[in-house]
Design a protein around this ligand. Structure first.
Ligand SMILES: Nc1ncnc2c1ncn2[C@@H]1O[C@H](COP(=O)(O)OP(=O)(O)O)[C@@H](O)[C@H]1O
Ligand SMILES: [Mg+2]
Length: 260
């Protein structure tokens, strides 16, 4: 479980995060939802430790991350898997080498054979059995994400962070990647945080959703009650999409799908 309290962050005098609280539960996918530029990625970067908050605290399973104890920070960092926007694979390494890389960095005691076994296991888990020797340039967008996920979970991560895992993917591939992240979260009891602006992800995998707007958390809840909120900014966000508007209208009129 990750807990954040009163997170503030400004850049050049502009307040991006204005005091955000939240609890991210173990074995669940929590989505940070919101329009572009609302501070979702900055919040994720604060939680991971890539950006230092100006104020506030972050706790990983009771261990305070936002203090100056470098050894504690490193211990937590070793348990973090990160799927970056655009996958961020190393172009000069093949798939196998990409997934092996964090093992070389984080678990120096592992033998080469143990590393390759783990790579094999992770690539199988993400459904990429026959791509070990392929270079990133030979992969489709969905395959790159799969390699990114395999690389993130390779060191047995306890916490998994994904920034816009669906960006650049077609709708069907997006759903498959969402489902994979969701299944892995449940299977290994990971605390997963996903940054997204995609309502499809909300409907598919949103165990818990936090809606951010202009650096504030305006709402949180589940996929089952997100359609029934009175928060104007959230409604504007959800129902910007005409299909979502039609679904809402039908629900209000008694659920006749033929009217869509
Ligand atoms: N390193 C940085 N330096 C200055 N401004 C930044 C930096 N990172 C993000 N910002 C600004 O913070 C705001 C929120 O950005 P971001 O968290 O990336 O939004 P999003 O919700 O789309 O992920 C934006 O206005 C962005 O320009
Ligand atoms: Mg972002």
């Amino acid at each position: 479980m990750i807990e954040i309290h009163n997170i503030h962050k400004s850049f050049n005098g502009v307040q991006v995060l204005k005091g955000i609280d939240g609890v991210f539960e173990t074995g669940k996918t929590t989505l940070l939802l919101g329009a572009s530029g609302t501070g979702k990625s900055v919040l994720l970067q604060c939680i991971v430790g890539l950006v230092k908050p100006d104020l506030g605290s972050i706790t990983y399973d009771g261990k305070v991350f936002t203090n100056n104890r470098l050894d504690l920070k490193q211990e937590i960092r070793r348990k973090i898997g990160m799927l970056f926007q655009g996958s961020a694979l190393f172009d000069s390494m093949n798939v196998q080498e990409n997934v092996e890389f964090p093992l070389k960095m984080l678990t120096p005691d592992m033998t080469k054979e143990e590393r390759l076994d783990r790579v094999e296991f992770c690539l199988k888990r993400v459904g990429l059995e026959a791509a070990h020797k392929k270079m990133p340039s030979e992969l489709s967008g969905g395959m790159k994400k799969r390699v990114g996920i395999a690389r993130a979970i390779a060191p047995n991560c306890t916490y998994l962070f994904c920034d816009e895992p669906n960006s650049g993917l077609d709708p069907l591939t997006s759903i498959k990647i969402d489902e994979l992240i969701y299944e892995i979260t449940k299977e290994y009891n990971i605390t997963t945080i996903i940054v997204t602006h995609d309502m499809n992800s909300v409907i598919e995998i949103g165990d818990h959703i936090m809606f951010l707007h202009n650096g504030l958390k305006l709402w949180e809840g589940t996929k089952d009650n997100i359609m029934d909120t009175n928060v104007k900014e959230l409604n504007d966000f959800i129902f910007a999409n005409s299909l979502m508007r039609a679904a809402k209208r039908i629900e209000e009129e008694g659920g006749d799908i033929d009217k869509l």
